[in-house]
Ligand binder design. Structure first.
Ligand code: HXC
Ligand code: NAP
Length: 273
């Protein structure tokens, strides 16, 4: 449906899950892809997946918290592909924990990855973006506007990510750059969904999603393709949920609220990477 032949797309945090699904959809639509995340192994595996579409792919290991490192990855993409047409900022960290079960460093870690990381990606990326014409897409979450227990770090971080999006939509509109956010609801099979729910909680949640199913990688990728396409040429500063209506219920249906009600607050031993 969309043709991105000849376009260059950079996805920060593009080595797995929703972000890789978005990178994959752009690669399938003909774009050249650059992805960056911390793990060299994960970047290599994701690059191999993207190369099967036949286009050019550049993978770089970089931590979005490190301005110099993410700048270098963006510069490498620019050197390889020329001006960047689509910049996706999706790196994030999350774990469920009560505020009182979280150290200051735990809170800072998530804010640094999600919020500072997004600022770094966009701030360093601006010089390499096509002007006019580039589309910037931040990956947000319903935590941005719905407060959720066990999510004080992600709620603060994603709300910040969306304010960065809105301010830069204003500041960069004159350059012909559009800046928007996508807020996925619960997306099946992803790391984020696994971390924030259990099989029992998922059963409780599923029947209460207005569209009666959890989301897929394709649901998120379709919105990203649309936002980067000429069909969205007058859309900027928008935060768009792709969640089957799930967030309309506020935090009441969130897995973390259900966990709190069930007394199933995860301990510090929950998985971490
Ligand atoms: C409390 C925790 C914790 C937990 C880590 N910490 N896990 N505190 N409960 N479960 C604390 C640590 O003790 C440490 O604080 C601080 O957080 C930093 O931990 P590190 O392991 O040193 O951090 P780092 O190596 O930078 O790893 C970041 C990470 C990790 C966020 C902790 O899990 C990670 O890399 N995650 C990336 C993948 C991910 O989270 N994907 C899901 C994204 S989904 P102290 O005080 O001990 O030093 C998402 C939204 C989903 O974002 C929305 C769904 C609806
Ligand atoms: P995921 O697979 O864990 O994706 C996170 C990606 O970010 C990974 O590729 C990870 O790779 C990278 N990353 C993490 N920290 C990084 C850092 N410091 N620097 C660079 N890259 C980093 O999780 P996901 O569930 O698909 O989530 C993807 C995005 O969707 C996130 O922005 C998340 O907030 C959002 N989201 C997810 C859901 C959901 O249901 N899953 C719902 C709403 C919003 P490395 O480990 O190699 O760095």
């Amino acid at each position: 449906m969309f043709d991105f032949t000849g376009k260059a797309v950079f996805v920060a945090g593009g080595s797995s899950g929703i972000n890789l699904g978005i990178a994959d959809a752009f690669a399938a639509a003909g774009a050249s892809l650059a992805i960056a995340s911390r793990s060299a192994e994960r970047v290599e595996a994701a690059s191999a997946q993207l190369r099967r579409h036949g286009g050019k792919v550049l993978g770089r290991s970089a931590d979005v918290r490190d301005y110099a490192a993410i700048s270098a990855a963006l510069a490498a993409a620019h050197a390889e592909f020329g001006e960047i047409d689509v910049l996706v900022s999706g790196a994030a960290g999350n774990f469920p924990a009560l505020a009182l079960g979280m150290s200051a460093n735990a809170f800072k870690t998530v804010v640094d990855i999600d919020l500072l990381g997004t600022f770094n990606v966009l701030r360093a990326g601006h010089q390499y973006l096509r002007k006019p014409g580039a589309a910037v897409i931040n990956i947000s979450a319903p935590q941005s506007w719905n407060p959720m227990p066990l999510q004080v770090h992600a709620c603060a971080a994603k709300a910040g990510v969306d304010q960065v999006m809105r301010v830069l939509a204003m500041e960069w509109g004159g350059d012909g750059i559009r800046v928007n956010s996508i807020a996925p609801g619960p997306i099946e099979g992803t790391e984020g969904f696994k971390r924030l729910s259990t099989p029992e909680l998922r059963q409780k949640m599923a029947s209460r999603v207005p569209l009666r199913r959890f989301g897929t990688l394709d649901d998120c990728a379709s919105l990203a393709l649309f936002l980067a396409s000429p069909l969205a040429s007058w859309i900027t500063g928008a935060l768009i949920p792709v969640d089957g209506g799930w967030s309309l219920y506020g935090a009441g249906l969130s897995s973390t609220q259900l966990a709190l009600e069930a007394g199933a607050v995860p301990g510090r031993s929950s998985e971490s990477r």
